[in-house]
Design a protein. Structure first.
Length: 355
């Protein structure tokens, strides 16, 4: 065993406190740019304070979520594209809040790496701040953990934590969901943040590199196309909910439409879905390249529908118009029907789907 030739420091063990301090200085303006009503105090304390009444709530129920980005991080690391993975992190949390009728209030992140690269970390956290601005929630703090020996060079992990609020009695799903209600689909931007273990398996089997031109996205590399950030649906869904037009919403993540839409439906109904919406070309490429069956594609990926909404039939036109005014691509994709047993989603696929 080699003895140290002089006094040891934390930096000798692989942790650079100065780099951590430099990162804090870099990200303070990013966090401040997400400030909103309700935030008390500033960064630097041992905890963050938030007053829901100052945010406009009279009798709030708090709703909390936590999530990560999964193995999409591997694509970010291998491609060197880190600018949007922070938005993915925020989206995975706040989209789960808003489907419960909650307005996102504040967000915290956890960033862990083996050796802190200030530029890389600042880029990632800038993406988190951008996601918070899109969602209208405040980035109130987080944790940066430098853990030598736990992560390979260049690797990192992310987790996010979001808290929102809804007025008591205004939570979703509503209790009046019934046969005859319609299902609207909001377009996804691509794969979003689920199914990347299968994506990476298909990439490996195909021999394709992330730096290769994407065969399904002109002018982009595979890495750039796959790193398209998860869409954040907070503002349009809150607008629809506040207008009294939204009965239920399901964030389409792992499990796809068959696994997520039934989670917000009551017993006694099933959703009959017609897969006639435009499917982003990435899904056809994945299905063909990996010889993935249509049923498996639906269970793993969003397949072009990032959010499914339940509305009354008489409200469908008004709901679609409001969502379109908010910039959403809206499709009527199905209807609720009577059903004995647990809720389910039955999806009819056209020939050759998802190409």
């Amino acid at each position: 065993m080699t003895s140290p030739t002089g006094p040891l420091s934390y930096r000798d063990a692989g942790v650079d406190i100065d780099a951590g301090d430099a990162l804090v200085d870099r990200i303070k303006p990013l966090a401040c740019s997400t400030a909103r009503a309700g935030v008390l105090g500033g960064l630097g304390g041992f905890g963050a304070l938030f007053d829901p009444r100052a945010a406009g709530f009279a009798d709030p129920v708090l709703v909390a979520t936590t999530d990560g980005v999964g193995t999409k991080l591997r694509v970010a690391v291998e491609s060197g594209l880190h600018a949007t993975v922070g938005q993915d992190l925020v989206a995975m949390c706040v989209n789960d809040l808003v489907v419960q009728g909650a307005e996102p209030l504040f967000f915290l992140d956890y960033f862990a790496t083996g050796a802190l690269d200030v530029e890389q970390a600042a880029t990632i956290i800038a993406g988190i701040a951008e996601g918070c601005r899109i969602a209208g929630c405040a980035l109130v703090g987080g944790e940066t953990a430098e853990m030598p020996g736990m992560y390979a060079a260049g690797d990192y992990d992310l987790a996010g934590f979001a808290v929102g609020a809804a007025e008591r009695g205004r939570l979703l799903p509503r209790q009046d969901i019934a046969p005859g209600d319609l299902v609207l689909g909001l377009a996804a931007s691509g794969v979003h943040s689920n199914g990347f273990s299968l994506v990476r398996k298909i990439l490996a089997l195909s021999g394709a590199r992330l730096s290769d031109p994407a065969p399904f996205a002109e002018g982009a590399t595979l890495g750039q196309a796959l790193m398209a950030p998860t869409r954040i649906y907070v503002r349009p869904l809150l607008a629809l909910h506040r207008a009294g037009l939204l009965k239920a919403a399901a964030h389409i993540t792992g499990g796809g439409l068959p696994g997520n839409l039934p989670r917000v439906l009551p017993a006694g109904v099933a959703a009959e879905i017609e897969a006639g919406w435009p499917v982003p070309p990435v899904f056809g490429w994945l299905a063909r390249t990996g010889h993935v069956a249509p049923e498996e594609m639906l269970r793993v990926f969003n397949c072009g529908i990032g959010m499914a909404l339940v509305v009354a039939e008489q409200d469908a036109e008004a709901a679609a118009a409001l969502l379109a005014a908010e910039g959403e691509a809206v499709r009527r994709i199905g209807r609720l029907v009577p059903h004995d047993g647990a809720p389910e989603a039955r999806i009819a696929l056209p020939p050759g789907w998802p190409a």
